[in-house]
Design a protein around this ligand. Structure first.
Ligand SMILES: NC(=O)c1ccc[n+]([C@@H]2O[C@H](COP(=O)([O-])OP(=O)(O)OC[C@H]3O[C@@H](n4cnc5c(N)ncnc54)[C@H](O)[C@@H]3O)[C@@H](O)[C@H]2O)c1
Length: 245
């Protein structure tokens, strides 16, 4: 497999390069504003002069036009791991998936996706419990709450018998109301990623917590996703498609 990395010189881009090199996966190059490293780095899709089997994107939502242009011109599948997209950008990703296979997950770790799969069951069984989601990340993270926290929220919502009111942080006179879900984002140091879903009932608390100890889990997951995507029909794919393959 020959991969092309959008965001090749970022924290995740560098982790994927190292993981690929250790697994015999070829790196064709990448797109980034930071010119660095031993692989060709291009400023835009139009400049890309190398061939590859699949694109992996860990960058910023603002690079989406380049990702779309490159996938369309090369007719290759794309793994989109970048987070923080708005509704309009998500529509563009969906439109792209009508032309090429697109794998999108806000969290490429197998562990988080297993947690996600049990949350609807817990939310449904723990009827009447208050739900809060707390996430923690390093001090360079651009978006809050994290894409993973939003993904976990969606999983909880599937199991609830009601449409919750989502509150991002609390301040001042804001007593908790029934049917609220609080989302809380901690930012500091070099925390790779922690997500806790709290179900608080009368006299008991159930907490489901995932801690990423290194970025390698996301790199390995995105490379598995890339391999899974090659040869697939156009469409949207995610980690549960991969786990249930
Ligand atoms: N899905 C997952 O499992 C997962 C895991 C970790 C991080 N992420 C997401 O991946 C993204 C990248 O994370 P990171 O920690 O590597 O960030 P980072 O800031 O270290 O890296 C981003 C890279 O993209 C480049 N970039 C940004 N804007 C650009 C532009 N307009 N054109 C070209 N290059 C551009 C930057 O120069 C940088 O090298 C974030 O959105 C983060 O939330 C997802």
């Amino acid at each position: 497999m020959r991969i092309f990395l959008v965001g090749i010189n970022g924290k995740m881009g560098k982790t994927i390069v190292a993981t690929a090199e250790n697994s015999g996966i070829e790196v064709a190059g990448g797109i980034d504003v930071a010119k660095d490293g031993k692989y060709p780095v291009f400023a835009s899709a139009a400049e890309v002069g190398v061939d590859f089997d699949v694109i992996i994107d860990f960058s910023r939502p603002s690079t989406l036009p380049e990702v779309v242009a490159l996938a369309e011109s090369k007719r290759v599948p794309v793994v989109i791991a970048t987070t923080g997209y708005g509704a309009e950008e998500l529509e563009k990703i969906k439109a792209l998936s009508e032309k090429v296979p697109v794998f999108r997950s806000a969290n490429m770790s197998v562990g988080v996706n297993v947690v996600e799969s049990v949350l609807p069951l817990l939310a449904s069984a723990l009827d009447g419990y208050d739900v809060e989601i707390v996430e923690a990340h390093h001090n360079q993270k651009a978006d809050a709450p994290s894409g993973t926290a939003k993904q976990l929220l969606e999983a909880v919502e599937k199991g609830l018998g009601y449409d919750p009111k989502v509150i991002n942080g609390r301040e001042g006179n804001c007593k908790r109301e029934k049917g609220e879900i609080g989302m809380h984002a901690i930012r500091g140091g070099t925390i790779v990623g922690e997500h806790t879903v709290i179900f608080a009932g009368e006299d008991e608390i159930i907490e489901i917590k995932h801690t990423a100890l290194s970025r390698k889990i996301f790199a390995v997951g995105s490379l598995k996703a890339a391999e899974f995507l090659i040869g697939k029909a156009p469409g949207m794919y995610n980690m549960s498609d991969y786990l249930n393959k």
